[in-house]
Structures are given as C-alpha cells and as structure tokens.
Design a protein around this ligand. Structure first.
Ligand code: BGC
Length: 252
C-alpha cells in the first residue's frame, strides 16, 4: 500500500484510543491518545471523544478508520454485547462522516486486530494459504477468521455457547480478574473454548490478542490444541492500526 497517514480509532467500552497510522508500514506516527468515555457511552459521548481526538492530532479532512465492539453489517451496527444498546441500527461510517467532515470506514474491533496481524504482524506467513483464528481476550472475547488471507467478517466466537454459557462469560480476561482465577484455572477455561473452536474450523494458527496475551508465558504450557498458538504483535494498538489499514483499502 502506498504511504498515506490515516487516523485509526478504536472504540471501547470505557475509552477511545486514537493515533495517526502510516498505512504503508502500520507505523504509529504520533503516540496514541486515550480519551475516556462516561459509563455506558452512547453515540453522543463517542462523537465528543472522537472530536477531542481529532483536535489533539489537529485532524481536519484526512481519512478515518474506526472499530466498534459489535457486529457491523452493511455499515450498520447490529449487536452491542458490552456497550449501550442505543448504538443498534447506527450507520457508524455516516455518523462519523457527518460530524468529522472526514471519510470513514468502520469494522468490528477483533476483525480490525486481525487485519493488522495478517498485514504486518504474526499472521503474515498465512496471507496466501491457511486458516487463521485471532481472538481478543479482554472484557469480551472478539474473533477474526481468515481463510487464505481473506477475512470472514463478524464471526463472534465469543458468543458461542460453551459450558452452557457465552464463551466470553466463561473465559474472557475480565472473567479471570472478576473471579480472581489463577493462570492455571483460567487457562483451563481457555483450553475448553479453544477446543470448541478447533472442532469447528481447525485453524492452522491461533493468534491470542488483548492485554493478557503479553503474559502468555504464564499459561501457554496449559494449552494443548493442534493449531500453533502465537501472541499478537500489536497488543492494545491492534484495533486502531487495523482500522487505519482497512480504511486505506476501502476509501479510494
Ligand atoms: C462483541 C464482539 C467484540 C468483542 C470484543 C464481544 O462481546 O460481541 O463484537 O469483537 O466483544 O470487543
């Protein structure tokens, strides 16, 4: 991709993260900024936070790539598992374009993380061939599936039923903290959901993302699946990097 700077924005449940990204090499051009959100943020709160981030980077009419922690189909938000229900039905790209004056492309946060890893991170060897499953382990569990480098959007493996509940209710990183689980106990749960995913799509590679992936040395020996498991390269910046790369491809 040719050199171009695009503002990447990652919308989370308690803050947005933003940074200008050079999409030719996925480099973060200026240190990323976090703008906090009030509890249960709705569209107005996020609009204010994005405007603040644009101000911080003096971003006027360049392109924006943005993530959302839910299903986005035909540009419209369909699900809001960990965020305010007021988002449902919002066309995120038009919403951002209207108040920002910038062109915008938006996608699911885990899909964005996957885009970053496949293009410039640990998924690169599987760009041409193979099945890759990326999981973001955070408040929820996000998933991205790539078949021979092509993204199958909105897979939502975090909501697959495992042990009688949503996989993310059983094994997310937030659950580990909330239930004060040891690495061993939590990894046992992770193993159960990985086995369920493996039984469905038999990935060649599983990329673990989210903050807890940097501690993988603490729990990788408890995980036994056929696929190779690698921690993500882009930790908490994966979403905004991937969003910018995606916008670079979508907006011509
Ligand atoms: C949402 C996904 C999202 C994941 C991580 C899940 O609850 O349904 O769309 O990717 O959380 O934020």
């Amino acid at each position: 991709m040719k050199s171009e700077i695009i503002l990447g924005i990652d919308i989370g449940g308690s803050s947005i993260k933003a940074a200008p990204i050079d999409v030719s090499n996925a480099e973060i051009v200026e240190p990323f900024q976090i703008v906090n959100l009030p509890e249960k943020p709705g569209p107005d709160d996020v609009r204010d936070a994005i405007m603040k981030a644009m101000e911080l980077f003096n971003w006027k009419d360049g392109k924006i790539g943005c993530t959302f922690p839910g299903v986005i189909q035909n540009k419209t938000i369909l699900t809001t598992a960990n965020v305010d229900v007021r988002w449902q039905g919002v066309n995120l790209e038009s919403f951002i374009e209207e108040f920002s004056g910038c062109q915008c492309a938006a996608l699911n946060d885990a899909d964005a993380a996957g885009v970053a890893e496949m293009a410039f991170g640990v998924g690169q060897a599987y760009k041409e061939q193979g099945i890759v499953l990326l999981l973001t382990l955070g408040t929820g569990i996000g998933s991205a599936v790539f078949v021979n480098g092509n993204l199958l959007k909105n897979t939502e493996f975090g909501h697959m039923e495992v042990m009688g509940m949503d996989a993310e209710t059983y094994a997310s990183a937030a659950v580990k903290t909330r239930e004060n689980l040891s690495y061993e106990a939590w990894a046992g749960r992770l193993q159960t959901i990985l086995e369920a995913y493996e039984g469905l799509i038999y990935p060649d590679l599983i990329i673990l993302g989210g903050g807890i992936s940097k501690d993988i040395i603490e729990y990788e020996h408890f995980l036994h699946v056929k696929a190779k498991i690698i921690p993500a390269k882009y930790q908490n910046q994966a979403g905004l990097v991937g969003a910018a790369l995606y916008a670079g491809e979508q907006i011509k």
